[in-house]
Design a protein around this ligand. Structure first.
Ligand code: GLN
Length: 467
């Protein structure tokens, strides 16, 4: 933990951490030591980790990378934080992200962009950019992130590390600052699939404090150990198959993912990874997810709608910032929100309130929900008829330069095309590194693996075979 703290301080140029406090970390390390001394240690006891600053913490500040919460400290820990604490993981601090997790490049943080460790001029991806950068820079072996429309998978891909977004409902959202509640799901980032297994297992499990938390996953209790058990079973099966460990595994490759917006270097890296999977015995099948493009308009109606409702609580009364000058209650709220929220957050609130307005609700919100159902059906049909896992790119291109496209907010939205559908459907998906691209082939590229509901163990085992 001390070494991680030192590294975090050496790498302040990355701007990956928002809050570090030696004293708090050392207290946690002592707790880990005590667990070990009592023989109560587990796989994560004493392991340094760090949390995206979207999980509320009792000790460190929690800002969601927003001026609105700049001085906020929570009276309780998020379930994810508490479970990792209880397991003896040692938190090194809180990680930078896009404000309220809205963004794809970490440039929407009120406290400045995080830099990509592979190229400090490039974005690390977002919104969990600090989480991916901290692992890529070797500061900590694992971090927590959240994924509403790709925010674990996309930064993992752009920073050359591994990340998984589990099935919606398997990890508690209690104490995770809400963005789009029907989409938000926490997930870990680490160097390899193997490293993700235990942290995901400890983070996850039923939590009565989250109304959408699942008690069972396909008949299996949603409790720590679920992912580890499925993973070990799959690993044992694969290793029994000799030189063709993945014999018979059907990999669905959506033809719509290989369209004009996919950069040639990314397409090439994904193709090479698929060929390697075939050499391990997997069978490649072409599938169709015809509503792939429609995920963008559907998501960018539903997510802002939910965000506009979730963010109404920042009114200058209950949490965080209150504007200094105002003449009446209404002015206090409006000035607080004008001063506290950044441009992207304001944009989402305006889009969200618009699509929920009387008169527009049917035309936009209801339509978006219908499309969401069709996207889910497309995935279900592919899994029912054609394949065990789906593979494709995570992002259309490698990391962009910090500052590029800042005048066109929708450019980032379009780049979410391969990750949004999975979130709308609530499926588990992950990103693993599969090569390099960009001008000097120095920027990482991710391979996306998408599974059917509750197949996190299988996904991780399949990912592990490639790594
Ligand atoms: N880029 C997407 C957005 O801006 C996804 C963000 C996320 O998953 N938190 O909404």
């Amino acid at each position: 933990a001390q070494a991680s703290l030192n590294l975090a301080k050496q790498h302040t140029n990355l701007n990956a951490f928002l809050h570090i406090d030696d004293q708090l970390t050392l207290e946690q390390a002592k707790h880990a030591d005590a667990l070990l001394a009592q023989g109560k240690g587990g796989p994560l006891t004493g392991i340094p980790i760090a949390h995206k600053d979207i999980f509320v913490t009792q000790k460190w500040k929690t800002t969601a990378a927003s001026k609105m919460l700049e001085h906020y400290t929570s009276p309780f820990d998020a379930t994810v934080v508490q479970r990792l604490n209880d397991a003896g993981a040692v938190s090194v601090g809180k990680l930078n992200c896009d404000e309220f997790a809205m963004g794809s490049g970490n440039e929407n943080s009120a406290f400045g962009a995080t830099r990509n460790p592979w190229d400090p001029e490039s974005v690390p991806g977002g919104s969990s950019g600090g989480s991916a950068a901290a692992v890529a820079a070797g500061i900590v072996p694992a971090t927590t992130g959240t994924d509403t429309g790709g925010s674990v998978r996309q930064p993992a891909a752009l920073c050359g590390v591994s990340g998984i977004k589990p099935t919606y409902g398997t990890v508690s959202r209690f104490g995770m600052i809400a963005f789009g509640s029907s989409l938000d799901q926490a997930g870990p980032i680490a160097r390899s699939a193997n490293d993700l297994v235990d942290i995901l297992d400890i983070m996850g499990g039923f939590d009565e404090r989250d109304s959408t938390s699942l008690e069972t996953c396909d008949g299996i209790a949603n409790q720590p150990g679920r992912v580890r058990e499925a993973y070990d079973t799959k690993q044992a099966h694969f290793s029994g198959q000799g030189s063709q460990p993945l014999k018979g595994l059907r990999i669905g490759v959506p033809k719509e993912y290989f369209n004009a917006s996919l950069a040639p270097d990314v397409a090439q890296a994904v193709e090479t990874a698929l060929a390697q999977y075939e050499s391990l015995g997997a069978v490649r099948v072409e599938i169709s997810l015809p509503r792939t493009q429609l995920a963008i308009p559907s998501y960018y109606v539903i997510a802002p709608a939910e965000a506009s409702s979730n963010l109404s609580r920042y009114d200058g009364v209950r949490y965080g910032l209150r504007a200094a000058d105002y003449n009446n209650l209404e002015e206090m709220t409006s000035r607080t929100r004008a001063e506290g929220f950044g441009d992207e957050v304001k944009r989402r609130i305006m889009v969200g309130t618009y699509v929920l307005c009387h008169g527009y609700y049917d035309a936009y919100y209801l339509q978006a929900q219908r499309v969401r159902r069709m996207i889910t059906d497309d995935f279900q049909q592919a899994f029912a008829e054609k394949c065990d896992v789906i593979m494709g790119p995570v992002t259309p291109s490698v990391a962009k330069k910090i500052g590029d496209n800042r005048d066109d907010p929708t450019a980032d939205w379009l780049a979410d095309v391969y990750t949004l559908g999975v979130s709308l459907a609530g499926l588990p998906a992950m990103s693993i590194p599969c090569g390099f691209g960009g001008q000097n082939a120095t920027l990482p590229i991710g391979l996306q693996l998408i599974g059917n509901y509750f197949t996190e163990g299988q996904l991780l085992a399949v990912a592990d075979r490639y790594q």
